[in-house]
Design a protein around this ligand. Structure first.
Ligand code: PEP
Length: 255
């Protein structure tokens, strides 16, 4: 089965949470709980916590990610952080195109694509978020929206570079709401995204791509979601801030 060949990755998205001492304490709690994980484990943390996270995860199986990066290499972009700055620190992953960036900070498909390009050029691995709004699902245009977001974000990305990308399907109506997509809905859209990628890069590349689900995944529903053919891990918001819950999701992905 193709699913068995893909690497499952569980990534926490801490959003705008945790001071440095709190970040260190949470990572120290998570470390022993996930040390035997048979999947990738990533914590994506606020910029201010990156150094703390890198230090605390040294010698462990936990990788560190940022939650965004700018598309320019450097310059007059007050308040922004470049991909090169992250790479220089030793950060490995970056989340790009999260729906909260799209909703609250004017992120567009074009700027998502520019950020993806900058991240790849800096040698970072990208967790690329796509997903539909509730009204788009109700209008029956989930596939159009996710297909377009995926295609635009991957403009100018080579087949080789695709191996540095994880796509996270995150229906916006399920993020932070406690409303999870059913395992069938998640599998259906993840499978559709895989078919879009197959159209761009060929079936082999699409079958090798890790496609996560994100949206109120938690310790209770993770096992069912992760059992689906096209769900190769999760991007976890709220539940990633509780070591025990996060580790239960990691264990579910390790099965
Ligand atoms: C997220 O922030 O990407 C997310 C999926 O959040 P939550 O798990 O809280 O819905």
């Amino acid at each position: 089965m193709n699913k068995a060949k893909r690497q499952a990755v569980i990534a926490g998205n801490w959003k705008m949470n945790k001071t440095r001492p709190e970040a260190k304490a949470l990572i120290e709690q998570i470390k022993p709980l996930v040390k035997d994980a048979d999947c990738g484990v990533v914590v994506c943390v606020p910029y201010t916590n990156l150094e703390t996270a890198l230090e605390a995860t040294k010698g462990s199986n936990i990788k560190v990610g940022a939650e965004n990066c700018h598309w320019a290499k450097s310059g007059a972009f007050t308040g922004e952080i470049s991909a090169d700055m992250l790479a220089e620190m030793g950060v490995e992953y970056v989340v790009i195109g999260h729906s909260e960036r799209r909703q609250y900070f004017g992120e567009t498909d074009k700027t998502v694509n520019q950020r993806v390009r900058a991240a790849l050029d800096a040698g970072l691995k990208v967790i690329l978020c796509v997903g539909e709004l509730l009204e788009q699902r109700e209008q029956g245009i989930t596939e159009e929206v996710c297909g377009m977001q995926t295609k635009v974000a991957l403009c100018g990305v080579s087949k080789e570079e695709l191996s540095h990308i994880i796509i996270a399907y995150e229906p916006v109506w399920a993020i932070g709401t406690g409303k999870t997509a059913t395992a069938e809905q998640a599998d259906e859209v993840n499978g559709f995204i895989r078919s879009v990628v197959a159209g761009l890069y060929g079936e082999d590349a699409a079958q090798a791509l890790t496609i996560q689900y994100g949206g109120s995944m938690n310790a209770k529903n993770a096992e069912e979601l992760l059992s689906k053919e096209h769900v190769d891990g999760g991007l976890i918001g709220g539940a990633s801030l509780k070591a025990e819950d996060f580790s239960i999701i990691v264990k579910a992905a390790s099965k």
